[in-house]
Design a protein around this ligand. Structure first.
Ligand SMILES: Cc1cc2nc3c(=O)[nH]c(=O)nc-3n(C[C@H](O)[C@H](O)[C@H](O)COP(=O)(O)OP(=O)(O)OC[C@H]3O[C@@H](n4cnc5c(N)ncnc54)[C@H](O)[C@@H]3O)c2cc1C
Length: 437
């Protein structure tokens, strides 16, 4: 099989499929492997930010999603338990082409990415990457793949391996890349609601004494609901227990009263997610790049994970395209392609890391701040978080910068002075000076 492909992408989640799409577009021959035999429906990664949508527009993927019923959401709103907005990120203030989020089922997003792949991409499911192959200099020169047929695996040699195998990435560890992971002290329980009496086109995060309640619409009149839970709260709950626990959690929030009948009926749709943040110290080593959660994971409430995975995939392809000289780049199909030269690949990987790592570090920081503002249940955390949400919500200049950052159109870093304005320790004389779009 060596020689048939220029790249092996390990993992067919949003990160791996975006990488395959981007590398296919620059003429590389891509093999995608995924250990799962079939995609499983999962209640994660349903909301796309404008930064990712810019890339998906170039690929025609956003058209497929819209045709398939994806919903445009115009605002990301933090609300009190009574439903009143405390902080509103209004995407309407962004440039016209970027003025909405797009929501659809995760599998619909994966399907739309897959539908755009050309004949230069082969996907094999039920195949696990078990090892990175190294040459004498330590460069990654391929992967060992196990098809689960008891054959003990076989080696595929390629100039580039993309590790898109998720937060627990085996390939990242095999390549010796370290990272910092920390787990949030809560979990999220998702419910998929149908027939709920809750009409909103916003992505709404409700602040409550027991943590975050997050609601947004999905196609087909459905609503996604996430409830923050302390691990002990859920111990021993069966389906009926989850039905009662979920109903109680929304009944405590006056603004969510309209969901209280739909939640127990949706108990069978529940999914439980541990939540963690992670940032790898490097995004690449010679011969191998990280894309998606193998490199970077943030709290889901900021809806940033796929955004970064998709924009990182596009960045990797741009760096490669800039360095694959005509003699090193594959000739156009269907001629006989030349594999890209390892030196050109490694130069592109260095540029990829240099360009992306600061962006991911910035997004990781802002997502963590945003998540702690709305999920920290300790009394000092709650006090500070509520204050920060209120002061930020009343400061149009900060709201403008944060909307750009969340949309993936930044980074527009906040200064230490901005942080003091955010927690109300200093009045902001420039609060109403909003830059024009
Ligand atoms: C509850 C929740 C809600 C979220 N909501 C949003 C949102 O609204 N918007 C947003 O942008 N992000 C959101 N995220 C984050 C987003 O889902 C992730 O960032 C994104 O799905 C990560 O994609 P990935 O391809 O990097 O990883 P994954 O989706 O984890 O995919 C990794 C793939 O690799 C495969 N794999 C693993 N190991 C191997 C191996 N050894 N060999 C072969 N294959 C392997 C797995 O089977 C899997 O298919 C959410 C996350 C959670 C938990």
């Amino acid at each position: 099989m060596s020689g048939d492909h220029d790249v092996v992408v390990c993992g067919a989640g949003a990160g791996g499929l975006a990488a395959a799409r981007a590398l296919d577009a620059i003429g590389l021959r891509v093999l995608v492997v995924d250990k799962q035999r079939a995609q499983r429906p999962v209640a994660k990664g349903e909301v796309l930010q404008p930064g990712a949508l810019r890339v998906l527009r170039r690929w025609g993927t956003d058209r497929l999603l819209t045709r398939d019923g994806a919903l445009r959401l115009g605002r990301l709103v933090v609300r009190g338990a009574d439903g009143d907005p405390v902080m509103t990120l209004d995407y309407g203030q962004l440039p016209a082409a970027d003025n909405a989020l797009l929501a659809h089922d995760h599998t619909a997003i994966l399907d739309a990415l897959t539908a755009g792949l050309g004949p230069g991409v082969e996907i094999r499911r039920g195949v696990r990457a078990t090892e990175a192959l190294l040459d004498g200099s330590g460069r990654v020169v391929g992967v060992r793949l196990d098809e689960g047929d008891g054959g003990g695996g076989h080696d595929v040699h390629v100039p580039l391996v993309v590790a898109a195998d998720g937060i627990g990435s085996r390939l990242r560890r095999a390549a010796g890349i370290e990272g910092r992971r920390s787990d949030y002290p809560h979990r999220l329980v998702s419910f998929e609601l149908t027939g709920a009496d809750h009409d909103s086109e916003d992505f709404s995060a409700y602040l409550t004494g027991r943590g975050l309640r997050l609601v947004y619409p999905l196609p087909g009149g459905r609503q996604r609901l996430y409830l923050q839970a302390q691990p002990g709260e859920l111990r021993g709950l069966d389906e009926d227990g989850f039905a009662r626990w979920g109903e109680q959690a929304v009944r405590e929030v006056p603004a969510l009263e309209g969901l209280s009948e739909a939640v127990p009926k949706a108990a069978a749709t529940r999914q439980l997610f541990p939540v963690a943040r992670f940032l790898a110290e490097r995004l690449a080593v010679p011969g191998l790049a990280l894309v998606g959660e193998s490199a970077y994971a943030v709290h889901p409430m900021a809806a940033q994970g796929m955004n970064s995975a998709i924009t990182s995939a596009a960045s990797l392809a741009e760096q490669l395209a800039a360095r694959l000289t005509p003699s090193a780049a594959p000739t156009a199909r269907p001629g006989t392609p030349q594999p890209p030269a390892p030196e050109a690949v490694d130069a592109a990987l260095r540029a990829y890391e240099e360009e992306r790592l600061p962006v991911l570090a910035h997004t990781a920081r802002t997502s963590d701040n945003a998540a702690r503002m709305v999920t920290d249940l300790s009394w000092p955390g709650r006090l500070l978080g509520r204050r920060a949400v209120r002061c930020t919500g009343a400061n149009p200049r900060l709201l403008h910068a944060i909307t750009y950052n969340m949309a993936g159109l930044g980074p527009r870093p906040l200064t230490p002075l901005d942080r003091l304005h955010q927690i109300g320790l200093l009045p902001d004389p420039r609060a109403h000076r909003v830059p024009s779009v």
